[in-house]
Every structure is written in C-alpha cells, then in structure tokens.
Design a protein around this ligand. Structure first.
Ligand code: URA
Length: 238
C-alpha cells in the first residue's frame, strides 16, 4: 500500500481524531516499528509498518463502513452542490476520501444509510441478485385495505407497469396507518410508488434495518458510527 500520513491513517479508523494523534505523539504514546514517533505527519505504510498506539497494536482496515441515522432534508450522495449530503454528516475522525452511500434514501426519508469506501461491498449488497432485505416504517395517509395488503405480498404492479417482487407488509397500529415494510429490491421511490398503487400516500418513511442489522437506537438523527466486522456480517449474511 502507498505511504500515507500517520495521523490520517490513525484518524481514518475512527477511534482517534487528528488532534488526539498529535497529543498522543507529544506524550510519546505512538510508535512505528518500535520507535517512538515525533512527527504525527510522518509517512508510513499502514499495511507493512507496525503502528502501536497507547501500548496496543493499531488495527488498520483498508475500508470503512459507517452507519448513519439520516435526517430529513439531506441528500443520499457524496456531493450535491448547494445541498447537504449524507457524506457531509460524517465527522472528521471517520472521514476519508472515496466515501459514498451504499444505496439511496429519498431526501425526505430518514434512517439507516450505510456509508463506505468499499465499492465491491456496495456492489455486492446492491446487486439485484443478492439484494439484501431492508426494513422500513411508513406512516400513511390512509390505511391499506386487506385486498391491497395481499397484493403487496404477492407483488404490486406499479403505475408504469413494473411488477415488484413480493414484499412483506405488517400493520403496526390499530388504525393501519403505520406499517412495517420489508423489501428485497431498491427501485426509485419504490415504497412511495408501491403504496400509491394501493391507494395510499406515504407521509413519513424511515429505514430501520439493512439485512439483520438494525439502526442503532442510540444514534440521534444526523449521527453516525462505525459498523463492526460482526455487524457487517449481519448485512452480508441476510
Ligand atoms: N422507498 C421510497 O419510496 N423511498 C425511499 O427513500 C426508500 C424506499
């Protein structure tokens, strides 16, 4: 791997910010290949050089996987001139070049967005063949009738004639206005178009899980955190 700044490498892994790295270097708590570091900007190869932070071997991973609780009004993109994007919400200590959202939520949809720099992983989880299940909570303007619920489960036909794969829908409230929907495909505005085909409009939409990995309930809207290797497996396995 190419040489990179030590502070950038350490900060890219999420636990320490660049300021933390500078402080730790001043305190003599960072070593590379057994020698204490005096310059936090020194160039190292994260794969072959042995980095030690506070007496522990520093585990470097080539890619990063971030769980974001997306607020309304933020665009699912890496860049969008004049608009705030999900990548803009990634704090400095997790930020690295090449981050993008693996799959999109509409600007007015909230909830779980996975941000990564691992193109192969994103391709894998988004490919139509392997499309992982995603769970949403939708608040509708009117309840979906029993016949339409059944259509949902066998495959709704959208206004443009597209036949959706069977999806799961479960009313969560007695008035039938709040429903849980599980989808295995990700067409543009899919839930809004599926519910429209059943005569209901989506007032609010929130993604609460990807595969069997749930959105961390301790994340406030706009907050994000790293996804662990075990959690990542929960998405891949589904
Ligand atoms: N379906 C939609 O209609 N919008 C989303 O953001 C996600 C799924």
């Amino acid at each position: 791997m190419s040489l990179q700044r030590l502070d950038k490498i350490i900060a890219s892994q999420g636990k320490y910010s660049r300021n933390d790295v500078r402080r730790l270097v001043r305190n003599g708590e960072i070593a590379v290949n057994g020698k204490a570091v005096s310059d936090s900007g020194m160039k190292v190869d994260p794969e072959s050089d042995i980095i030690n932070v506070c007496g522990e071997n520093f585990g470097y991973s080539e890619y990063v996987y971030i769980m974001l609780n997306k607020p309304e009004g933020v665009v699912s993109a890496s860049r969008s001139p004049g608009e705030k994007t999900v990548v803009d919400l990634v704090p400095d200590e997790l930020r690295r070049s090449g981050l993008f959202p693996a799959g999109r939520l509409d600007k007015d949809t909230t909830g779980f967005v996975l941000i990564t720099d691992d193109g192969a992983f994103a391709h894998d989880i988004l490919s139509p063949k392997k499309h992982i299940e995603k769970t949403y909570i939708a608040v509708l303007d009117r309840p979906i009738g029993d016949a339409e619920l059944e259509k949902f489960r066998t495959g709704v036909t959208l206004a443009d004639g597209y036949e959706c794969l069977p999806a799961q829908i479960t009313p969560l409230t007695d008035d039938g206005l709040t429903v849980e929907i599980k989808l295995r495909e990700g067409k543009y505005h899919q839930i809004k178009r599926m519910t429209a085909a059943c005569g209901s409009h989506v007032n609010k939409l929130r993604r609460v899980s990807m595969g069997s990995l749930e959105l961390d309930s301790s994340l406030a809207e706009g907050e994000c955190r790293l996804i662990s290797a075990e959690e990542l497996a929960k998405i891949k396995r589904s």
